[in-house]
Design a protein around this ligand. Structure first.
Ligand code: SF4
Ligand code: SF4
Length: 82
């Protein structure tokens, strides 16, 4: 999963781009729900939020290091729930 750092300027560009609805407005900056972020695996070749963020403040979440296989499994579980 990815993580938004405190460099975030709350521009709201990333939120509508997330295919998993994992991004929301937090108390101070935008936040990514790590349980819903597949790093866009299953939807796109690249993380859409990173592609659109004007200040490059989105990084890999050090507490949620996942392989492509892990992320694909998460993608499959998420689509089953919807
Ligand atoms: Fe959403 Fe993809 Fe960004 Fe994860 S990497 S928060 S799934 S847009
Ligand atoms: Fe924050 Fe970047 Fe998302 Fe804008 S696109 S809200 S700066 S994380």
């Amino acid at each position: 999963a990815l993580l938004i750092t405190d460099e975030c300027i709350n521009c709201d560009v990333c939120e509508p781009e997330c295919p998993n609805g994992a991004i929301s407005e937090g108390d101070e900056i935008y936040v990514i729900n790590p349980n819903a972020c597949t790093e866009c695996v299953g939807h796109y070749d690249t993380p859409q939020c990173i592609d659109v963020c004007p200040v490059d403040c989105i990084i890999t979440n050090p507490s949620f290091i996942e392989t492509k296989d892990d992320l694909y499994l998460k993608y499959q579980q998420l689509i089953k729930q919807t």
